[in-house]
Design a protein around this ligand. Sequence first.
Ligand code: PNW
Length: 487
Amino acid sequence: MAAPQTRKLPKDFLWGFATASFQVEGSAAIGGRGKSIWDDFAKLPGKTLDGRDGDVATDSYRLWKEDLELLAKYGVKSYRFSISWSRVIPLGGRDDPINPQGIKFYSDFIDGLLAHGITPFVTLYHWDLPQALHDRYGGWLNKDEIVKDFTRYSRVCFEAFGDRVQHWLTINEPWCVAILGYGRGVFAPGRSSDRERSPEGDSTTEPWIVGHSLIVSHASAVKLYRDEFKARQGGQIGITLNGDWQMPYDDNPENVEAAQHALDFAIGWYADPVYLGHYPPYMREVLQDRLPTFTPEELAIVKDSSDFYGMNTYTTNLARAGGDDEFQGNVDYTFTRPDGTQLGTQAHCAWLQDYPQGFRHLLNYLWKKYKTPIFVTENGFAVKSENSMPLDQALIDTDRVNYFRGTTAALLAAVNEDGVDIRAYFPWSFLDNFEWADGYSTRFGVTYVDYETQKRYPKASAKFLIEVRQLILRLYLSTEIDPRGIS
Ligand code: PNW
């Protein structure tokens, strides 16, 4: 760890909760919205664990005022949500019409947040590509088309909302879009070389092509914002990347090297181009000419294209050399230590265990490597079997409380003891919601949603995070105390 130095949380540190349009809005065919790639995909047999889709979700398109009241009651300073591209431009393309009802929905919502003193933190793309663009030219597989269409969509959002939105995220978790959507084929559009899973797709090439399109699209939207909006609107814009800490399985130098290789494929794939200006050398070594090359024009807009480091993180993996999973950099992951013990408490999803020390390591790694202020835009836990518990039991979500006890302490230690510059913390998620391929069977919310009645019930973790926030504001906030924190 870095030499101890005291740094306090910045006065404008953003605390809040996060969601995404397709996971909460529902009202798929209402208000002029066009289809996204998740609409029909979720309806195909076998694509979601419980066979359910996003047509209703948490019904937040209709219940937004109620959601707003709850956020205000929680006393959050900020709210991270995403805009549905196909609600704003139903067919998605640069010459396609804008849907005024879509603009009005987000505009009213943003006004509502501001009226409650809540800062909107807006994601432009959280996986819900307009279906029409996928059908028209292959969506993210077609760089030349998608860059132009994403840039125009971004322009529409900056023009409509940028007078009130000061925090923009271009793309959420490009790794998931490319690998889960075009490699493993478990997320929309579900393409894969596995012919039992998908009639089309090539997992050896498509994820890397899609990744490249995502990076250039992000950079093009940022260039537009900086050239035409930033001076007037004064906001910040960046990308947000998923990535978990990779800890060597043991001291074996091969495993130490494997952990770095895993970080290169999971994080460096996107962070190295955006902050350092090149793909990780190890990726080039493994993928050779399957990894696209940046043209000089692309590189000029990609390097330094994020005002901050947007960090989504959930867990830590023990990394071991070997295995042939290219999407993990040919590194083997496990949660079982050499002595047979587990790294931490197991969540409902197989890929998640609670290990807060890893969160602190990752914050330090990213700060040292990319030297950019960090916004933690997602962090959370799904309690095992929560969905099959009676309500009163589900509301006492002790494993989630413990998880957040660990990560908030790790965050504070990273700031105060290690000197990492952290400016926001958004636990995932404000509400239980549509958890992609898991359907509604996996719950990540600090608020329980009864999907029969759409009633919301705060869990113990919501109360815990509200109290922690107030305590931290009292103890650590640089100058004056935020009155919202001591109500
Ligand atoms: C993120 N994995 O997705 C997303 O940004 C959210 O929309 C989602 O609800 C949340 O995390 C919880 O899953 C991930 O397989 C999906 O490692 C899958 C993985 C990681 C993050």
